[in-house]
Write a protein that binds this ligand. Structure first.
Ligand SMILES: Cc1cc2nc3c(=O)[nH]c(=O)nc-3n(C[C@H](O)[C@H](O)[C@H](O)COP(=O)(O)OP(=O)(O)OC[C@H]3O[C@@H](n4cnc5c(N)ncnc54)[C@H](O)[C@@H]3O)c2cc1C
Length: 389
């Protein structure tokens, strides 16, 4: 068994690592200060300038197939990229990606939605969650009623990432209440100027999602994404696009956090000795390092299974669950090792603490991942011996 990286994987990883160190990390102090003033960490112009720099070096469209001008990197490579990006809290991502389900668009829709999203001219948001349906997404109530060549959408969505900035939404609505999620939910591409409204939701994180209101919004029939009644499958594809990516990013954050903790522990002297000499501190560092290593292999194994075309759902749920749990335990230990300083807003630890908390909630809560993992096992879809069984 060869667990090393290929030359190409190492080259890509090293390029991103250098980019993050040279271009992204130097912005951290300024980003932190702005966020403390309730301003955006990076302005849209600054983000674009950074993305253009990366693009000039060929880094554009990490997930986007080469036919659409992207790099079309595989899952393992993408995971390695996310880990490096996760090492900084600066809200940076490479340009050139679009939601995976937009590739199911018709040729006309691809020109109007997919291609401009890849090029950055348009911004999308994915809207399934409602005030009455989160984990239980099959229970959505937003309705779409057909009137001639149009559909009339009524309902409310909530917690929609990018919902305030998006100029179009991928909206999931019930088109056949008798069938519900089993053939009665349809996905619509709905431009903001068709009449939906958004309202920011303040959260403990540095960026807020939005509530979207659809009050008799009229959408042409030609704006159905995929097939009428097959929307729930599209939603599951969007959510399943890469559950390994969120824990990959958290993994990068954990590596950096533990490095910060070790540096602090070596320098902070109490009772005549650096706290790094104390077993209580060493154990926190040791446990964190073991968990980081375990998470690395859960993430890479899930990504590798994606690349091999295997059914990776169990592995992805495991990586998402473990990543959410362990990242939160690790950031808490790192805060503890920093003592009072860890609790201040001078250091970024409390910021990471708030950000990593989200990982246990969105794109499937811990409890829902556990439910999935246990059901897959109990129903015999997978073995407790894993994919090597
Ligand atoms: C910042 C942020 C961004 C988001 N972005 C998006 C987005 O872009 N698009 C979108 O559509 N949604 C988005 N969401 C919504 C997110 O996916 C949901 O919040 C999440 O799925 C949980 O749903 P809920 O909040 O309704 O909690 P609920 O489903 O009400 O769950 C409440 C609690 O009960 C537990 N629970 C629920 N069912 C069970 C069960 N069967 N067994 C055991 N425990 C259970 C949950 O795990 C949780 O602990 C976002 C949420 C946040 C906070």
């Amino acid at each position: 068994m060869d667990l090393s990286l290929t030359e190409e994987e190492r080259e890509v990883r090293d390029w991103v690592r250098t980019f993050v160190r040279r271009e992204v990390m130097p912005l951290e102090a300024e980003v932190l200060q702005r966020e403390r003033r309730h301003e955006r960490g990076l302005t849209a112009e600054e983000l674009t300038a950074l993305q253009d720099k990366a693009k000039a070096a060929g880094f554009f469209g990490v997930h986007t197939p080469a036919d659409y001008g992207g790099m079309g990197l595989g899952a393992v490579m993408t995971a390695l990229v996310e880990v490096e990006l996760g090492r900084s809290f600066v809200p940076f991502r490479f340009a050139g990606d679009a939601d995976n389900i937009l590739f199911f668009a018709s040729e006309e829709q691809k020109k109007a939605y997919l291609e401009p999203t890849i090029s950055g001219e348009r911004k999308s948001c994915f809207a399934i969650t409602e005030p009455g349906a989160g984990s239980d997404a099959r229970n959505i109530r937003t309705s779409a009623r057909r009137e001639g060549d149009e559909w009339v959408i009524n309902g409310e969505k909530t917690f929609i990432t990018g919902g305030n900035e998006a100029d179009f939404a991928m909206v999931f609505a019930v088109t056949d209440p008798a069938l519900g999620a089993d053939g009665g939910v349809t996905c619509f591409l709905v431009d903001r100027d068709m009449g939906w409204k958004s309202e920011p939701i303040d959260t403990m994180g540095e960026w807020g999602p939005a509530a979207l209101v659809f009050d008799g919004v009229r959408v042409p029939h030609s704006h159905i994404l995929g097939e009428e009644g097959r929307g729930f499958e599209l939603a599951m594809r969007w959510i399943g696009k890469g559950r390994y990516l969120l824990p990959a990013r958290a993994l990068g954050a954990c590596e950096r956090l533990v490095e910060l903790a070790m540096e602090h522990a070596r320098n902070r002297v109490t009772f005549g000795q650096p706290i790094a000499e104390r077993q209580a501190i060493q154990w926190m560092i040791a446990d964190s390092a073991v968990e980081i290593e375990a998470l690395r292999w859960l993430v890479l194994s899930a990504a590798w299974q994606v690349d091999q075309g295997l059914d990776s759902r169990q592995a992805q749920s495991m990586a998402k669950l473990y990543g959410g749990q362990k990242a939160n335990e690790i950031v808490d230990r790192v805060l503890q090792i920093h003592g009072g300083m860890g609790y201040t807003r001078e250091l970024p630890i409390e910021r990471w603490y708030r950000e990593l908390r989200l990982l246990r909630i969105y794109e499937g809560t811990d409890e829902i991942q556990r439910r999935t993992i246990a059901r897959n096992l109990l129903r015999g879809h997978v073995s407790v011996r894993g994919h090597l069984a």
